[in-house]
Design a protein around this ligand. Structure first.
Ligand code: PEP
Length: 251
């Protein structure tokens, strides 16, 4: 049985006091880490205070991006070593907004995935097709190529600790959700793709989340599918009460 992971991706939202209040509000109410992994994925400026707020609770903190080098002349970047140093445990890599707006590529995502393992951060690797690609019946092959490239060169031990977030771009922040059946089929496809380059055990342990307009009204149906191991959630993760409902559904 794979443990579900519910991660709230706040994107570029919330001021520090709002972020701290959120963690204070939810930390006593989230299920135990043994039941479900609860991750708050916050802007860089909030990470250290949030790690401190969440200390001793079942809420873990994630970053929304990082660079792949440990340190050096990379103005404006944040390294995996810096994230680990302040107690961050997860990092979202290759979100479609980063791919579309900040020229993130499969190659850069792959470098970052390797860097995350070097520093003991759990990567949440985002993949997903655009509307045009889905219309052109290319969704499966686009996602397959993204998965293969992002995980290239990992050992089986590393593959089993990866979290992949399948996020069809047309469903992100649009209110349109993939049907539970379609989302499940793509998550199962992703696991089969992983089996083509990693061993069966690693592929069966790796978790595949769904993301794209997940909310309290649809989370149970999505998480009830055989191959959906959690959710990466934007909009509905911003309010403590709806985030708590999502996390509860992951138990
Ligand atoms: C996301 O940011 O990864 C996301 C899925 O957003 P939303 O839930 O708002 O669609």
């Amino acid at each position: 049985m794979r443990k579900k992971v519910i991660a709230g991706n706040w994107k570029m939202n919330k001021l520090l006091n709002e972020a701290e209040d959120f963690v204070t509000d939810v930390k006593g109410d989230v299920p135990s880490f043994d039941q479900v992994e609860t991750v708050v994925v916050a802007p860089f400026t909030h990470l250290h205070p949030l790690v401190q707020k969440a200390a001793g609770s079942d809420v873990k903190i994630g970053a929304q991006n990082m660079y792949h080098e440990d340190n050096g002349a990379f103005t404006g970047e944040v390294s995996p070593e810096m994230l680990k140093d302040i107690g961050v445990d997860y990092v979202v890599l290759g979100h479609s907004e980063r791919r579309e707006l900040f020229a993130e590529t499969d190659e850069s995502v792959n470098k970052k995935v390797h860097a995350s393992f070097k520093h003991n951060l759990t990567p949440i690797v985002c993949v997903g097709e655009s509307d045009e690609q889905r219309e052109a019946d290319q969704a499966s092959e686009v996602v397959e190529a993204q998965v293969k490239k992002a995980l290239e060169g990992l050992t089986n031990e590393q593959v089993q600790d990866v979290i992949i977030a399948y996020e069809p771009i047309w469903a992100i922040g649009t209110g349109k959700t993939a049907t539970a059946e379609d989302a499940n089929a793509m998550c199962a496809h992703i696991r089969n793709v992983v089996k083509s380059f990693a061993n069966e055990e690693a592929a069966n342990q790796l978790r595949v989340q769904y993301g794209g307009s997940v909310k309290p009204a649809n989370v149970e149906e999505l998480l009830g599918q055989s191959d959906i191991d959690g959710a990466l959630v934007g909009g509905a993760s911003l309010k403590a009460d709806s985030f708590l409902q999502l996390v509860e559904a992951g138990k």
